[in-house]
Design a protein around this ligand. Sequence first.
Ligand code: CMP
Length: 225
Amino acid sequence: MITIRRDKEALDSLRTIPLFAGVGDDDIESIAELLIERRIPRGYTIVEEGLAGDYMYVILEGEVKVTKLSGDGREKILGLLGPGDFFGEMSLLDNAVRSANVTSLVETRILALSRSDFLKELRHSPDLAMAVIQELTHRVRQMDEQASSLSFQRVKERAQGLLRRLAKHETSVVDRQATPVLTHQQIADMIGTSRETVTRVVKRLKDEGWLEQQGKQYLVRVDNE
Ligand code: CMP
């Protein structure tokens, strides 16, 4: 464990970290006094899901992965974090247990800030609080993107399943079978989504070459997976 230097150079280097970039001179000095540098070997779990949180960390050098075990026991990677990123703040903020595991992928240097110091500095420095809020907002945005692309993917799969089941009619086109005449609204009603979403999904499936349209019928490749 190494306490970080407090000279001008060390403070300037702290300012290169986005979390501290906007923090005023007095605040950065008091934060520098509280930070503890740690060297972490490769493959070490710094934060363990389900345990109480005691420190938050800022990465100086290296890379970590944020993971969670899914219901089927597989590891799901929530994110990869590198120099300038921070982690371990959530359980300090909401007083719940660690939400995920954080493991070093390479030898990594981090700065640690204890729960009480972190909370004290957040109350004291609006710039620090704003930087944390901005990062948390960024993460929520990413999660929203992922959730919507996952749900689009699921609707797409349901539409493919339906079209495959309905495509039973012979066509003049080799390797293709045709569905009955179908409106987007009917497809939407059958797979439990909106007409607008079906319109987007059908366009995507056509763009990908999975689906063709002939008049009011859809043509599905017989050898389609
Ligand atoms: P905490 O819950 O204390 O411990 C696990 C940490 O992983 C958490 O704080 C966050 O810092 C980090 N974390 C959790 N979810 C994500 C995510 N989706 N993206 C990036 N980091 C995350």
